[in-house]
Design a protein around this ligand. Structure first.
Ligand SMILES: Cc1cc2nc3c(=O)[nH]c(=O)nc-3n(C[C@H](O)[C@H](O)[C@H](O)COP(=O)(O)OP(=O)(O)OC[C@H]3O[C@@H](n4cnc5c(N)ncnc54)[C@H](O)[C@@H]3O)c2cc1C
Length: 604
């Protein structure tokens, strides 16, 4: 296969118009032995160093976070994404996701400290630094000798990240930049040694990045630790720069390049944040299952009640789907990075381009998996009943810790709108061909539907057919919206949000079905019974969400005959030929989860 063909096959966002073969997707069942060993050693580390100290993490023990981070550095976990020449392990993108996934499961405090250090704290230097900058800072950060933090947000500049007021000014001798300004919500601020700081030179349109060592004698001071809803032992402070002098050689990339750095760092941060919400779900499901199996009411373990079984089945289903989509996208990114490297790009160029290509999927995953985690911990509380509300049981902290993931790395509102906005831009650039498929759907709407009875004898074939139809719903709604509003579409946020939910549900549902189909081919239908049930269950709820969101969208811009035609199309594209027995599917999943007394779907 030529390089061109490979690129054609795996463009970011293309899933919405392309049929993917199950053999093309990477699944958690594809982890190599090396990856499994890494996963097991991270899990062992978490069980030894974090789980026994959960109470201390809730009591704002910032020193404990620093201690655990240092130990993670000694184990090599902080340098997993850093090339070997800078004392990292230089492992591939999937492995970096795996470590992020398993290290983040027990407390949001470590998840945040780890994410802020390895992602936004270290990565901008690894990817944009000069050779000198990389040699000076990256080995220390990769080993945990030093810790990093990222100063983008300001009191007046949050989602509008490029609007910051922090100033950088060249000193008269031309040797330093003098930085003045206030940064807010800075994770790891309390124990970091180096900041990546964004500031504006003169009246530049875009901000510029700087590497700033944390030296209190150089005009750097901090606010008190913020009092937060969750992630109690993650250090979060304001950072003030008052005539802070930064050597000119510490500018990161070029002048005015800061916004680009910030956005690219966030793309990686977003998919990693999805990973960071996976093991947290597995752990909550396992705890909730243990509790449900033990707790008796009406002389019966509550795990036997349909109301509780429904919850456990849905929690497990969402976790399974989140894993499927996260590792599918991670491997697509890794493949693209390899491809770029084969074409001669440096590691940094390849990684940046690889992740940027899949920025749509990164936003989709950030939104979907952070919301699944929130729902999972919420249902966890409900399963624990009154004990769920108690700070002495684990669900309360899990729920509070989960809440931040919908806010940072770009709020879920911003990421929802970005996902569709970026797809439309890609279509306009000709990188994803939306126009022709959208026109084909338009033609299909005015033609007589086929009355053939399709052959759905293969497992999940009706579900895959449904995915094809759901893609038509997206093309119908988004295509018409672009036609009606053109560049004004951005102003119609509620419509964008509706289109985004359709896009998200399709990616997530398709990923689970593809994973299960791939695993059916290498095991058997019987062995994948529960996975088939979860794929069907998720799709069913996705169809309901899509029906609802598409109706909202269509009614916002179409009237009369046009509206009737589109609503008829919607009905046709969301119609099951054989609606599965949803309650029975949930029971299949609940039997497995309660029978094994844990979330049983990732490890062999
Ligand atoms: C615990 C914690 C840790 C953090 N760590 C860091 C860190 O290490 N480094 C760092 O730089 N920042 C960090 N942040 C900041 C975080 O990234 C921002 O809080 C986030 O980007 C949102 O910005 P904001 O708080 O100013 O909210 P705002 O931007 O004011 O948003 C408020 C609401 O308005 C919505 N909104 C805003 N703009 C739009 C729009 N155009 N269209 C529609 N809706 C919109 C948002 O979705 C949100 O619901 C952290 C925040 C917290 C709470």
């Amino acid at each position: 296969m030529s390089t061109e063909n490979k690129i054609e096959m795996i463009r970011g966002g293309q899933f919405i118009v392309k049929e993917t073969n199950p053999s093309e997707v990477f699944t958690p069942e594809d982890f190599s032995d090396e990856q499994k060993m890494m996963r097991d050693s991270v899990e062992e580390f978490v069980d030894k160093e974090i789980v026994p100290h959960k109470e201390r993490f809730e009591k704002k023990d910032y020193a404990l976070t620093e201690e655990v981070m240092r130990k993670a550095g000694e184990m090599g976990f902080l340098g997993i994404a850093v090339p070997e020449e800078y004392d990292g392990l230089g492992m591939g993108f999937v492995s970096t996701m795996l470590v992020c996934d398993y290290i983040s499961g027990a407390t949001g405090s470590i998840a945040t400290a780890f994410g802020a250090h390895t992602g936004i704290g270290t990565m901008p230097i690894t990817l944009y630094g000069t050779e000198e900058q990389k040699k000076k800072y990256v080995p220390k950060l990769a080993t945990g000798e030093w810790f990093g933090a990222y100063c983008l947000t300001e009191p007046g500049a949050g989602s509008d990240a490029n609007s910051g007021k922090t100033k950088a000014e060249l000193t008269a001798d031309g040797k330093h930049y003098k930085i003045n300004g206030q940064k807010m919500w800075i994770s790891n601020a309390g124990f970091c040694n180096v900041f990546v700081v964004f500031a504006r030179l003169e009246d530049d349109k875009n901000i510029t990045g700087f590497i700033v060592e944390n030296d209190p004698s150089n005009g750097i001071s901090m606010g008190e630790e913020e009092h937060k809803l969750g992630i109690h032992s993650s250090s979060t402070r304001q950072v003030f720069f008052n005539d802070c002098l930064v050597p000119v050689e510490n500018m990161l990339a070029g002048r005015g390049e800061g916004f680009k750095i910030a956005m690219n760092a966030l793309n990686v941060g977003r998919i990693k944040l999805a990973a960071a919400c996976l093991d947290a779900q597995r752990r909550v499901i396992t705890l909730a299952t243990n509790y449900a199996n033990e707790r008796e009411q009406f002389k019966t373990p509550i795990a036997k009640f349909g109301a509780i079984r429904k919850k456990l089945a849905e929690m497990a289903t969402n976790a399974y789907v989140g894993e499927s989509a996260s590792y599918r996208a991670a491997k697509d990114i890794e493949n693209r990075i390899h491809l770029r490297q084969e074409e001669g790009a440096t590691f940094a160029e390849a990684e940046l381009k690889g992740v940027e290509e899949f920025a749509i999927e990164c936003s989709i995953l950030k939104v979907a998996v952070s919301e699944d985690m929130q729902n999972c911990s919420d249902e966890g509380i409900q399963i624990y009943g009154g004990m769920g509300f108690s700070a002495d049981a684990p669900m309360e902290a899990a729920w509070r810790d989960a809440r931040i993931s919908r806010i940072y790395e770009g709020t879920n509102e911003i990421n929802r709108m970005l996902a569709v906005g970026m797809l439309v831009k890609k279509a306009m650039k000709g990188h994803v061909n939306l126009l022709e498929p959208a026109m084909a759907v338009g033609n299909e709407l005015t033609s007589i539907p086929s009355f053939d009875t399709p052959d759905f004898s293969e497992p999940l074939s009706e579900e895959m057919d449904m995915i094809k139809k759901l893609k038509k719903v997206f093309l119908m709604v988004a295509g018409s919206a672009v036609q009606k509003f053109g560049t004004e579409l951005e102003q119609n946020q509620q419509l964008l949000l509706a289109a985004s939910d359709i896009l998200i549900e399709i990616y997530m549902a398709e990923s689970a079905i593809l994973r299960t189909q791939k695993n059916i081919a290498r095991t058997s239908v019987e062995e994948q019974k529960e996975q088939i049930a979860m794929s069907q269950l998720y799709l069913y709820s996705a169809v309901k969400i899509i029906q609802n969101r598409a109706e909202e969208g269509i009614s916002s811009f179409a009237e009369g005959d046009e509206q009737r035609m589109m609503l008829m199309g919607l009905k046709r594209f969301t119609k099951y030929i054989n609606l599965p027995n949803i309650i029975e599917l949930r029971n299949v999943v609940a039997d497995k989860v309660t029978g094994e007394n844990k979330y049983p779907f990732t490890k062999a």
